[in-house]
Design a binder for this molecule. Structure first.
Ligand SMILES: Nc1ncnc2c1ncn2[C@@H]1O[C@H](COP(=O)(O)OP(=O)(O)OP(=O)(O)O)[C@@H](O)[C@H]1O
Length: 612
């Protein structure tokens, strides 16, 4: 290739020499003809160009200038990072950190949407959803929410690419870099690749401009996501989830509190308590009294009574994000739980779901990690399992499917340390949900950790009317099928036909969805449905505190012959255990049992506890 070029160049030179007089400008003097330029045509072209500009310039000068250029370039490359370090400030934000989402949302809306953008990641809504990429899903949500994408069909979104981007905020330049991330072409090797992160750099000697920028991003997100909540899930390493110990997120429309049917006075009390907790007065009060600024609620009741729904509606009402942790997955260790809590923002709602089913008991009798760590006493490893099986056989009410003890990686002390250890973040509102509150360790629910215990019960008449209005009435009124008065009448009829305090809101919601907006059908068929549903769940009611069983429903049994010590043991296991298969009304209590009974929490306080 070079050879051809050199030959071509020589031919050109010969023809020029023949045509032009010797002294004309731009012609190389004869003594230089066979020089190095004959071998390096590029050099010759440069030399000719220089001759035209400055006749008489020597080749050595040209070569020296080129060498100087390369030397300077090398020196610049070498000193660039040092100068950058010396004259600029930089922060690194892991993309797994919730702040990253806010920065990316700002970038996507304010920087990438500008006309001069030449490099971006384009993503369609369907690929974002299919890929389980929470960041992309969130961006799509924000775009639609802000009206950038007006229709559901407007599915393309511009996101900052992996790489660098310079942008200005006011008169200050920022360098935005996205590094790391998933290996190209791979969807499943994310964990193996470098952890994705955002680098923000700006000229100056302090971090304030960057922290101000991050705050701007936060405010931007809060302003634009009014009407939406970001739900963070503690990663379990599963598909679409982040690695254990990290948060994955999805932005959802806020669930309104009036869509959660529960006792209105209880709801109002919880709202007032949560609002008071986040007031400035209360913050100062906690600080003045030296009380750790934390608050906790225990929401208990059967599955499908609205504990989780209420928690996220409450977060939306308080205008903060919700962080969900499911310990029962068994993939989160003590250390990971601790770092999850460390990464929480100051104001947020943290929900630990089904805390009783996480297999966390008193450490002396549970030893949840013994099996994982390879205990030196094999016979002891079997003990918890045997105890569990025996307990399950004798106390079906406590150990139903939902309450099944799994082998969590988190220990009780690990959990306590995470939620209120010295290093734990202050300002969060912790909500634990449970289907089986009496299985919880006292240490977990003591005042200071849990400040309110709230029972979520089955549908009563008022909530039946409310759910009917919401799921059937609104649509019927909107389509003109029914008037408001007619809806009220039908809601009352529906509530009359639905047996009170027997079915969960989730069950009733399911029935109403099945009616597909046909209010007549819902009113007419709810009685039959209840009967059928009762039969389906009947087998689970035998001998226990199960679905829909209230104190009066428990079949009579005689325990006059029961050993008082056994009765006390049963009580120690938890108040509900003592009711298994025993009707207190037909009992003839001895002194010991009478004393024990008076110490028991009335069953009505617990309502119906699930044993699905
Ligand atoms: N009180 C309620 N008001 C309105 N909807 C409810 C209520 N309870 C349950 N639902 C509906 O039932 C479904 C399940 O509710 P949710 O997950 O909040 O129940 P949960 O008590 O948290 O159950 P689990 O113990 O299984 O987590 C949701 O679709 C929700 O809309």
């Amino acid at each position: 290739m070079l050879d051809y070029a050199a030959r071509g160049s020589r031919a050109l030179r010969r023809s020029q020499i023949e045509e032009e007089p010797i002294d004309s400008p731009g012609i190389i003097p004869k003594h230089q003809k066979q020089s190095v330029t004959a071998k390096l045509p590029l050099l010759e072209i440069i030399q000719r160009a220089v001759f035209r500009i400055q006749p008489g310039t020597k080749l050595e000068t040209v070569v020296a200038l080129i060498a100087l250029y390369y030397a300077c370039e090398g020196a610049w490359e070498w000193s660039k990072p040092k100068l950058k370090r010396l004259f600029s400030s930089q922060v690194t934000i892991s993309e797994l950190d919730p702040i990253a989402l806010e920065v990316l949302a700002y970038m996507s809306a304010n920087v990438m949407s500008k006309a001069d953008t030449t490099n971006a990641v384009l993503v369609s809504r369907s690929s974002a959803l299919a890929g389980g990429d929470s960041y992309m899903r969130d961006m799509m949500f924000l775009a639609r929410h802000r009206g950038h994408a007006k229709k559901e069909t407007d599915e393309i979104q511009c996101l900052p690419p992996i790489g660098t981007k310079v942008f200005w905020v006011g008169f200050r330049p920022f360098l935005f870099q996205r590094v790391g991330g998933r290996k190209p072409g791979s969807r499943f090797e994310e964990i193996e690749s470098q952890q994705p992160a955002i680098l923000l750099t700006t000229p100056g000697w302090n971090l304030k401009p960057i922290t101000d920028f991050v705050k701007t991003c936060h405010d931007f997100k809060v302003k634009n996501s009014a009407g939406s909540t970001t739900v963070f899930f503690a990663g379990s390493g599963g598909m679409g989830m982040g690695p254990p110990g990290s948060w994955s997120s999805v932005t959802k429309a806020v669930r309104k509190l009036d869509t959660v049917d529960m006792d209105e006075s209880v709801k109002a009390d919880l709202l007032k308590d949560a609002e008071d907790y986040y007031s400035l007065d209360s913050k100062n009060f906690y600080a003045d009294c030296g009380i750790p600024y934390r608050r906790g609620y225990l929401l208990y009741g059967r599955p499908g009574t609205g504990k989780t729904s209420f928690s996220s509606a409450l977060a939306g009402h308080l205008k903060c994000d919700v962080y969900m942790i499911n310990l029962a997955s068994g993939t989160i260790s003590d250390g990971q739980l601790f770092s999850l809590f460390l990464g929480l923002p100051q104001k947020c709602v943290v929900v630990i779901e089904d805390v009783d089913s996480a297999g966390i008991g008193r450490e002396d009798d549970m030893q949840p990690n013994a099996q994982h760590q390879g205990s030196q006493h094999p016979q002891k490893q079997e003990e918890p399992k045997q105890q569990e099986a025996a307990a399950a056989a004798s106390h079906p009410g406590r150990y139903g499917r939902r309450s099944e003890r799994r082998h969590a990686n988190v220990t009780l002390s690990g959990l306590l340390n995470a939620i209120d250890g010295n290093a734990s973040q202050e300002g969060r509102l912790l909500i634990m949900t449970s289907n089986n509150p009496d299985a919880l360790d006292e240490a977990l629910t003591r005042p200071g950790r849990i400040d309110k215990k709230v029972f979520f019960g089955n549908m009563n008449e008022a909530s039946a009317r409310s759910i009917f209005r919401r799921l059937m009435g609104r649509r019927a009124i909107a389509t003109g099928n029914l008037t408001e008065t007619e809806v009220e009448k039908k809601a009352a009829a529906f509530a009359r036909n639905l047996p009170p305090d027997e079915f969960t809101p989730a069950e009733v919601q399911n029935f109403l969805q099945f009616c597909r907006g046909d209010a007549e059908k819902a009113v007419a068929e709810v009685g039959m449905w209840a009967e059928k549903r009762r039969k389906e769940t009947e087998p689970k009611r035998v001998n226990g505190i199960t679905n829909g069983v209230t104190k009066k429903d428990v079949p009579p049994a005689d325990f006059s012959n029961m050993d008082p010590t056994a009765m006390l043991d049963a009580l120690r296991m938890g108040p509900l255990a003592a009711f298994n298969g025993i009707n207190m009304s037909s009992a003839v209590p001895t002194m010991a049992t009478e004393e024990a009974m008076s110490a028991m929490t009335p069953l009505s306080d617990f309502g119906e506890i699930d044993n699905e």
